[in-house]
Design a protein around this ligand. Structure first.
Ligand code: HEC
Ligand code: HEC
Length: 384
């Protein structure tokens, strides 16, 4: 076996008597525990919560992105053991370490042990892909966030699948990571958990370079800089118009006449054919006489003809608007039914709603046609 397992510069040669040495700098430890909290929130809201909790999931995702960006930069600017080039990522190293576990021969590693180092790389890759695909889903499907103007509905749909696979990958990686921590603390009696709190490990290795204690201020400044940069960039991008959506100005006749008995539906919610059929059947409109004079009909027809579902790429247009129904109702579209079946009928009858056709009773942005998850507010009252 070769004598030098971890051939990074001179580090393996620097020795001192066994003693508690600061190896994990404060910024790294804060990063680690902040990460634990944020991943827990993202996991719970992502796996378990109803869709209108999306905003909390998204906030956790943004926090995750910020933390990860900081960690990637800290891998170059942090103290010795935080730097990526000090990770013992040799091909044989992880194997030898796992053999040592089976042989129950503890090894002294001041920084990450070889298996742990690979683990961190894996975790970072999975987490970065979760944030990246999350942003594409948010931009593509919900038309929100910094990629709203860049990602189409279709790319959002593909990204959603990858996002889900990566989420399960993260569950697996976290389990492996906890297993590793268990083996280190229980079998090797290396208090790695305590080390991630105090930063100290009993080791004979002497960390080269400036002591990790010096890096707290540098870490704080770097974190603020990363946050400011991402905020500025994100806000600039999020300010652009979302792809597949545009603001349309409804003629006054549409808002008043078609908003008389129910709220005036956004034109992206029906196909051109459906709108034409509805406009041709106004005298017998779902049991009501909704007849209008010829001039008003012309104005409304022109508006609906110019802006039907096919001209929008939003979730509502794709999943509801573009789907034909023989009744011409959007509320007969299977997707619509599936998404609203868990709502008690009494909620639809509340005065704040009145009927299922009053989308704006629960979707605060119904008039704009956006139907963002974060704008869903079930009216309170006699809910069930
Ligand atoms: C006189 C009242 C009245 C007027 C005016 C009216 N509607 Fe309606 N509309 C109704 C009723 C009632 C329903 C069925 C409501 C229900 O099922 O709860 C309905 C349903 C609809 C639906 C189907 C909603 C679903 O279930 O998916 C559409 C689309 C619609 N109206 C469009 C229009 C348009 C466009 C205009 C203007 C040209 C208009 N309505 C004017 C009374 C009216
Ligand atoms: C009584 C309240 C209520 C009314 C009225 C209502 N919705 Fe919803 N809608 C919801 C809720 C709650 C959800 C989220 C369901 C879930 O968790 O999947 C939802 C989900 C949706 C979604 C999926 C949104 C997404 O991003 O996943 C669409 C699209 C939608 N509604 C369209 C409509 C349209 C169009 C109408 C009017 C014809 C309407 N809704 C009327 C409460 C309502």
């Amino acid at each position: 076996m070769d004598g030098n397992l971890y051939p990074y510069p001179s580090q393996a040669d620097a020795k001192q008597p066994l003693q508690a040495t600061l190896v994990w700098d404060l910024p790294l430890r804060l990063f680690h525990w902040a990460m634990v909290c944020v991943v827990a929130v993202a996991g719970v809201t992502g796996f378990l919560a109803p869709e209108w909790w999306l905003d909390l999931h998204v906030i956790a995702g943004y926090a995750l992105g910020t933390l990860l960006t900081f960690r990637l930069a800290w891998g170059f600017l942090g103290s010795h053991y935080s730097k990526f080039w000090t990770f013992p990522l040799t091909r044989g190293g992880a194997y030898r370490h796992l053999r040592a576990i089976l042989d129950r021969k503890p090894q002294d590693h001041a920084g990450h042990n070889p298996a742990g180092a690979w683990m961190i790389i894996l975790l970072l890759i999975v987490l970065v892909s979760l944030v990246a695909t999350g942003l594409v889903v948010l931009g593509g499907q919900e038309n929100l966030g910094p990629l709203a103007s860049a990602a189409t509905f279709q790319t959002g749909e593909i990204a959603a699948k990858i996002h889900e696979i990566a989420a399960w990958g993260l569950v697996g990686a976290v389990v492996l990571h906890l297993l590793g921590v268990f083996v280190e603390t229980r079998i090797f009696r290396h208090p790695v958990l305590a080390a991630m709190i105090t930063g100290k490990k009993v080791t004979a290795e002497l960390p080269p370079g400036a002591p990790p204690g010096m890096s707290a201020v540098r870490g704080g400044i770097l974190f603020l800089a990363v946050t400011a940069l991402l905020l500025a960039g994100g806000r600039t991008l999020a300010g652009k118009f979302p792809s597949g959506w545009r603001a349309v100005q409804a003629p006054a006749a549409y808002t008043t006449e078609c908003g008389d008995c129910h709220h005036a539906h956004h034109p992206s919610l029906r196909t051109r054919q459906a709108w034409r059929a509805l406009m041709n059947g106004l005298p017998d409109h779902y049991g009501e006489d909704a007849s209008l004079d010829a001039e008003t009909v012309r104005t409304i027809r022109a508006y609906l003809d110019a802006n039907p579902a096919g001209t929008f790429d939003t979730e509502a247009a794709q999943r509801v608007g573009r789907i034909e129904t023989s009744s011409f109702r959007m509320t007969d579209v299977p997707y619509w039914k599936a998404r609203h079946q868990s709502i008690a009928p009494s909620v639809f009858r509340l005065t704040a709603v009145g009927s299922k056709v009053n989308c704006n009773g629960c979707h605060k942005d119904a008039a704009s046609g956006r139907f963002d998850d974060v704008k869903i507010h079930l009216p309170t009252g006699d809910k069930k």
